[in-house]
Design a protein around this ligand. Structure first.
Ligand code: G6P
Length: 598
């Protein structure tokens, strides 16, 4: 969703804010804005569209000497919720006297009543956003209070989930707070940062303070800050964490897009997924063994990892297992009690639906294990046990390497419960090497590029798989929908004849996932049923089948590991179809990488 960056210090503020926004663009990108304070002057610039539009405007103003370097700055990339995508609605928003500037991620649920109250007191609103009530309310309290006290009073009146950063032009102070939406603090050598996510300032510092809900940070100058928790009313001394993400990992480097870079990082990500803390893994294994059943929750791609988890826990461990999209979890909660275990999967650790499912489970004293990629994210802080998937920063909106890392960690858990951790680890490392070779294979790549060309004009694509290939088929459909804007539907192979087959016409592309299993024959029968009705059959599996129109061969692995090798060509296919269609694969329309609103 929206991205926030703020800085106070000695370095080039404009550059820091722009760079920060570029790193955060994946969170939402329909408009952006910044406010820079320089020697008691403010420069407020807002633009719709990509961050580059904002950058262009800044450069124009700098060239015309209409903007100078500053000491303090806040910036925001917006993914609209309340109010259309316009410059007026873009953040930062400001008070009537243009002394207080605010950027915000989340939703102020009681904004309508606050707005009425403020209008009665004479405040003038210019935007249609919920955010604008914040600077006005601070301004109102500011009349008889310091900036800090005015912010504190304001934050306590807001209902909803949010992360907010407010800037006072008069004193040069920056105040940030969070309640349910992410906000982290960076401690640099030459200044202090607040941001929605670590990569926003990772090129400047890897020293990070993770804020908890209710924490309010008061940045006094480039070195001094205070953190107070507004719930406990206590001042806190919080730990500074050293983040071991490499800053190059968060950059595109020589690659044209994050998506292709992250696909190429898949082999490394699978290897790193096996680097689990033995003690935590063992605790998770014990919890699983002790539990009456395991329930998985996640959204989007992470949801497909959960479905895979359900198949693996049920078929390999004989465990009673459930799964629902996190947003549907409340319907299943009545059937669970504290003897059950919840496994929550999320790349970002900030997806609101997943966080809410976890909170609901915790209210019933159900233990929660989470599989997360982003260190210090909210999910890591509210779970009982955390297994980091170690994929490294993932910037492309489409999840690629994180999906395989999630599958790898789930497999590692399964093999550990079976007492075969080493076997699981060895298999994963072998697959990592095989995928590395596959991605280096020029023939393989050009085969996918050729297919991408063919499929780029398709209106509809169907995809099927049985057993472990069913979650893969669902993920295939998601990747082609989000990245290529092609309607793609996935079905369990056996479901085809119960309706879907009516949609098959001459030339309809159908992607068939195959793996070495007792279901292979049945899937082949389904493929032939499709072909005899005119479908164009693309197979993905370990052994080339002669009757297919197109076949992509992947390494042969044990059935439970097949989702790792079967999805890898789809990532490339989705990437190359996007390029064929002129879509920016890193930032497909209407989507955000991290969905922090309902
Ligand atoms: C968004 C993204 C998806 C992602 C999902 C869950 O919808 O566009 O790619 O799979 O959120 O995100 P999470 O961070 O919880 O894995």
């Amino acid at each position: 969703m929206c991205g926030i960056i703020a800085y106070k210090g000695e370095e080039n503020v404009v550059q820091i804010i722009i760079d920060g926004l570029k790193h955060l663009e994946y969170r939402g990108y329909d408009s952006s804005g910044l406010c820079i304070v320089s020697k008691n002057k403010t420069f407020l610039i807002k633009k719709t569209g990509k961050i580059d539009n904002l950058l262009e405007e800044v450069e124009k103003k700098q060239k015309r000497n209409e903007m100078t370097e500053g000491e303090i700055g806040i910036g925001h990339s917006r993914w609209a919720t309340h109010g259309a995508v316009t410059e007026v609605n873009a953040h930062p928003h400001f008070s009537c006297d243009r002394e207080i500037f605010v950027v915000h991620n989340g939703i102020v649920e009681n904004y309508e009543s606050l707005k009425k109250e403020l209008i009665k007191k004479g405040h003038r609103f210019v935007s249609q956003t919920d955010t604008e009530v914040i600077p006005h309310l601070i301004e109102e309290y500011r009349k008889n209070n310091t900036f800090v006290a005015a912010c504190e009073k304001t934050f306590q009146r807001l209902k909803g989930l949010f992360a907010i950063v407010a800037l006072d032009k008069k004193t040069g102070e920056i105040i940030g707070t969070r309640n349910g939406s992410p906000l982290v603090m960076g401690i640099g050598e030459k200044g202090l940062f607040l941001a929605s996510d670590i990569p926003a300032f990772l090129d400047k510092t890897n020293r990070v303070i993770f804020l908890d809900d209710g924490d309010m940070v008061h940045i006094i100058n480039g070195e001094e800050y205070k953190i107070k928790n507004l719930i406990s009313k206590k001042y806190l001394k919080k730990k500074i964490n050293i983040i071991d993400w490499d800053k190059e990992e968060a950059e595109k480097g020589k690659h044209p897009h994050f998506m292709i870079k992250e696909i190429k990082e898949i082999p490394e990500a699978i290897k790193k997924a096996t680097w689990q803390d033995k003690k935590t893994l063992q605790s998770v294994v014990n919890l699983i063994k002790k539990s009456s059943g395991v329930f998985f929750v996640g959204c989007g791609t992470a949801g497909h990892s959960c479905l895979f988890g359900q198949y693996a826990f049920s078929s390999l461990l004989g465990k009673r297992t459930g799964f629902s999209a996190a947003s549907e979890f409340k319907n299943f909660l009545p059937a669970l009690d504290k003897s059950a275990l919840l496994i929550a999967v999320s790349q970002s650790g900030e997806t609101i639906d997943t966080l809410e499912a976890v909170k609901k489970a915790k209210e019933k004293e159900i233990k929660v294990v989470s599989l997360v990629n982003v260190m210090g994210s909210t999910l890591t802080r509210i779970s009982d046990y955390v297994l980091m998937i170690n994929a490294g920063p993932e910037k492309c909106v489409l999840a690629t390497k994180s999906y395989l890392s999630q599958l790898a960690v789930i497999l590692l858990i399964v093999f550990s419960v079976l007492g075969q951790e080493q076997k699981g680890e060895d298999r994963l490392k072998k697959i990592s090497r095989e995928l590395h070779q596959l991605f280096e294979d020029k023939k393989f790549i050009s085969q996918i590029q050729k297919l991408a060309k063919q499929l780029s004009s398709a209106e509809h694509i169907f995809t099927i798989g049985r057993s472990y290939d069913y979650p893969t088929a669902l993920e295939t459909a998601l990747k082609i929908k989000e990245g290529c804007y092609i309607h793609t539907e996935a079905f369990a192979g056996g479901e085809l004849k119960h309706g879907v087959i009516a949609l098959i016409e001459k030339g309809t592309p159908c992607i068939v996932h195959l793996s070495k299993s007792e279901e292979e024959e049945n899937t082949l029968i389904n493929a032939m049923e499709l072909q005899s009705r005119g479908a164009y059959i693309v197979g993905i599996g370990p052994e080339k089948k002669k009757d297919f129109d197109y076949f992509i061969t992947v390494p042969e692995v044990e059935e439970a590991f097949s989702p790792l090798v079967n999805i890898a060509p789809i990532h490339l296919l989705s990437y190359y179809i996007a390029l064929e269609k002129g879509i920016d694969p890193d930032k497909p329309r209407n989507l955000a990488k991290s969905v922090t609103v309902k």
